[in-house]
Design a protein around this ligand. Sequence first.
Ligand code: DCT
Ligand code: MG
Length: 512
Amino acid sequence: MDKPSTTISDLKKKRRMNALISPTLHEIKFNEFVLFILEKKMGTTRRAFLMELARRKGFRVESELSDSVTHIVAENNSCSDVLEWLAGQNVGDSSRFELLDISWLTECMKVGKPVEAIGKHQLVIRGSLTSNPSPKPAKTPPLATKEVSQYACKRRTTLNNCNQKFTDAFEILAKNFEFRENEGICLAFMRAISVLKCLPFTIVRMRDIEGVPWLGEQVKSIIEEIIEDGESSRVKAVLNDERYKSFLLFTSIFGVGLKTSEKWYRQGFRTLDEVKADKSLKLTKMQKAGFLYHEDLVSCVAKEEADAVYLIVKEAVRAFLPEALVTLTGGFRRGKKIGHDVDFLISDPESGEDEQLLPNVIKLWEKQELLLYYDLVESTFEKTKLPSRKVDAMDHFQKCFLILKLHHQKVDSNRSKPPPESKTHEAKNWKAIRVDLVMCPIQQYAYALLGWTGSRQFERDLRRYATHEKKMMLDNHALYDKTKKIFLKAESEEDIFTHLGLDYIEPWERNA
Ligand code: DCT
Ligand code: MG
């Protein structure tokens, strides 16, 4: 049945709304923002309420989408919803507007002033879609998704993940398939996670992901379920699965991988206490250290701790090689605030390579009683060897996997806050931290840096891209051009991207 045309009560309601909407005498405190609140999916009453509230707090809010509007605030709308609406408004280049979610306005209202609009507030994060940042007119939604490359190395993925509720769910499913050694499905979920992390908007309906690569039927059905119900029944089932729960516990021990977890599970163990209680179990030196420092090692490493470790590593290395380069790699180089370990790449421009450095550093730290565990792996690197074909192959550089004793005082002296008071005199005043040191010849430094910066998915796709799109072979040591049959030299990461014909992606944009 058609809706009846405007009634008297509608007219009265409209008049009431107009009275509310019309700019009343509130002082404008924040001139740099001109807001427009989108009525679509919000409704007239709520819009009127929010406009009045924002004006009372000193914001300039326009009733119409005038030329002066700088920020558009929407609720329950995806990026493509807003762009679609904008396309019908005849406003010319819509990229001039900052498109924000209502969560931004709510936070502003709470603190009574504008807060910085960050990823979670932004419906579109500028320049984050492809390696080509040229602005495109927002005509046919979903505009963004058509431009998403199948290769992570052609996408810019910052830590601003707008789709965490989906990626968290897929992380659990991927892990479950990893535990079941089903690599194919595990990789499919990892690729889906990676591509979802680069989307500059939150998915609110299935149309938003049209054309996005790596989202197969299985993945899509889970996304749909999460949109509709707020959660996935498959994820819930996995979280309750006995094998998943036990494997998660077992693999949290340093030195325990899938093989050992499988063995313990078959033996009937389900918890770490059960494993610990069985004195007949033979543990490796690594696993013994893993159990001993488990509590510290499962609590993530904070950036302040990584910085304190950096100073310790640099001081030890420079004691032997004053000119050596010591670079923080891994997740911390990508801007992460926490990590499971701290990764370093070391290289000496003077000697080119020094096989004695890591053994010397180990000896020094043993003397200083800083070393809780170490495993030194000797180099098997050969300059003439072709890059590995395996995307996940470990490199051949000399390296040391270790657990360092980090005294709280070393961290606190870098912090502005004073250290927490110790309750008892004997309270433990240090934390065990996992550290990886990698030593590479200076000629391989750029390749090793690119490889050790990650993320894993970014590295995998760089190698896949080199092989499939460039007929080249890439690993942490070298880039080989199969057509020209030559190794390509690189002094910097930028050189490697140039050899591959790729736009440079900054480390903090490699969080794929
Ligand atoms: N790496 C790789 N292939 C491997 C192992 C590591 O390409 N088989 C790269 C990717 C990241 C980097 O080395 C460091 O590895 P991790 O420390 O495992 O990863 P991370 O990104 O630093 O993660 P976290 O923050 O959890 O330490
Ligand atoms: Mg790391």
